[in-house]
Design a protein around this ligand. Structure first.
Ligand SMILES: Nc1ncnc2c1ncn2[C@@H]1O[C@H](COP(=O)(O)OP(=O)(O)OP(=O)(O)O)[C@@H](O)[C@H]1O
Length: 472
């Protein structure tokens, strides 16, 4: 049972005060991300300075230091499993720390890290729960963090693809050095803490972490097909079909419903955006990046006063910006922006466009109002009756999600139900518009997706008549 307290579980010392907006301006595509990192860092550092009182999520814990570790963590092989999560609230450090012989690893279990045994490789037991990795093992996994293994760059640091000793592929997020202000450390701990409490097929799984001197590393499930932004930009895969975009929306909605409704303590993600939606080889979506996530009281709809408004430009709930009141409906707003992104292919803010078209939400919803939804569909999408109907319905749902105040927006659970309805209607439209679909040999429509082993999905293919009728 959840406790009935209305007090936020994280940042209990947060006091209502002037908010500082900490935007991430890095959603301009992976290639542009690296360039933006320094700007982003500067914004975050500046924000941190003026933020005033901002309680550490995990305060009051003593930092334990390896006794004779040298400056290069790679040289600390005897001690590198002694890494502690300093300042970790409610989690004790391994009892053997500082003792003569260090046990090989510690598993996150309930409220403590426990030593699972004498095995020397963390990778052999990560599946039993998050573990503390050794730096040596992560070096082995990434050929000493070689550039060739780099797969992403974000505000937190660099992301590498790694292979653990047991052959498992992982994503290794290594925090940028010399950048550890309070907010960076907080992001690191927040991501580990939040991920350790949740498990869902549409959320990246935490395998473990390492905190050792100036090394802060998070090890999570590797999701191998890039992020949604890369797909929409055509940098990955073969152009997502409308039905596939709908499935991605459903996956994200499932993940958010789980976070808001079914976890022991509700979680507000606070940074839903296309580059944080990772895509699997089978075009399923997994939500990543819990650096800004916040655990809240039992009622996720209750509002919590924030001293810092977190999120990425174009996705942040304006109601939250105005009132500093955070609730699960802020994620709903960001999800609405994401739905529009899925339909249009555009980023939420497109600075290179004419002024009136720069804010994608405004542009798309005004076209929807004029009955011209088809005109905002991503030019990469095929335009047939089923696809246009899906696009229009997704835009209508998005319009509800981005409603001006949280009270007017649906819950994520309602969004899931509406998306299921859209999928059901789409299948019916395909069946009705092409009776021959009942025959599995139909050339026009197929309920087999791009990958034969993927969930059965209607593949929408251009219908000559509707293309003629509806082309702009
Ligand atoms: N688990 C993963 N599997 C595969 N690729 C990943 C994984 N996690 C992150 N990436 C890649 O690395 C990129 C940066 O991820 P990261 O979570 O560090 O972003 P971030 O630090 O939150 O960035 P930002 O601050 O801009 O939100 C992602 O967009 C994705 O392309």
């Amino acid at each position: 049972m959840r406790s009935r307290t209305q007090t936020p579980l994280i940042s209990p010392n947060e006091q209502p005060q002037k908010a500082v907006c900490v935007y991430k301006w890095s959603d301009a595509g992976t290639r542009e991300k690296a360039k933006n990192v320094s700007t982003l860092g500067a914004i975050k550092r500046a924000a941190k300075k003026v933020a005033g009182v901002f309680a550490f999520i995990f305060s009051g814990q003593k930092k334990l230091k390896p006794r004779d570790c040298r400056s290069d963590p790679g040289e600390c092989s005897n001690l590198d499993r002694e890494s502690t999560l300093s300042g970790w609230s409610g989690y004790s450090t391994p009892s053997s720390y500082g003792g003569s012989k260090v046990s090989s690893q510690y598993r996150f279990s309930g409220s403590r890290f426990k030593s699972p045994g004498r095995d020397s490789s963390s990778s052999k037991s990560w599946h039993l729960g998050p573990v503390i990795f050794s730096f040596a093992e992560l070096q082995r996994a990434t050929a000493n963090f070689a550039t060739v293994h780099q797969i992403g760059e974000g505000g937190f640091g660099t992301v590498f693809k790694g292979k653990l000793d047991d052959g498992t592929f992982v994503a290794i997020k290594r925090a940028r050095k010399n950048n550890y202000g309070r907010s960076w450390l907080k992001e690191f701990k927040n991501e580990i803490y939040t991920l350790s409490k949740i498990e869902h097929m549409n959320l990246v799984k935490l395998y473990g972490f390492l905190e050792h001197e100036d090394e802060k590393v998070i090890v999570v499930e590797y999701v191998g097909n890039g992020n949604l932004r890369e797909h929409l930009d055509g940098l990955r895969g073969n152009r997502l079909e409308m039905a596939e975009r709908l499935e991605i929306a459903i996956d994200v909605a499932h993940a958010l419903t789980y976070l808001h409704t079914y976890t022991d303590t509700p979680v507000i993600h606070r940074d839903i955006k296309a580059s944080n939606i990772l895509i699997t080889d089978k075009l399923r979506a997994k939500v990543a990046d819990f650096g800004f996530a916040r655990l809240v009281s039992e009622d996720p709809g209750a509002t919590h006063v924030s001293t810092q408004v977190k999120g990425s430009a174009g996705y942040v709930d304006p109601d939250y910006l105005r009132t500093f009141q955070l609730s699960d409906k802020s994620d709903v707003y960001s999800f609405g922006v994401l739905l529009i992104e899925l339909v249009t292919g555009r980023r939420p803010i497109e600075l290179k466009r004419p002024r009136k078209d720069r804010l994608t939400v405004k542009w798309a919803l005004s076209r929807l109002k004029d009955g011209e939804a088809v005109l905002v569909m991503d030019p990469l999408l095929k335009r047939n009756r089923a696809a246009i109907e899906v696009a229009e319905k997704m835009l209508r749902l998005a319009r509800e999600c981005v409603g001006p105040t949280r009270g007017t927006r649906p819950t994520m659970k309602v969004c899931v139900e509406k998306l299921w309805g859209i999928r059901r209607d789409m299948k019916e439209t395909i069946l009705v518009s092409s009776p021959s679909v009942s025959s599995s040999s139909s050339a026009t429509h197929s309920f087999v997706g791009r990958d034969s082993d993927r969930y059965a999905l209607p593949k929408i293919v251009d219908d000559e008549n509707s293309t003629e009728l509806l082309s702009p």
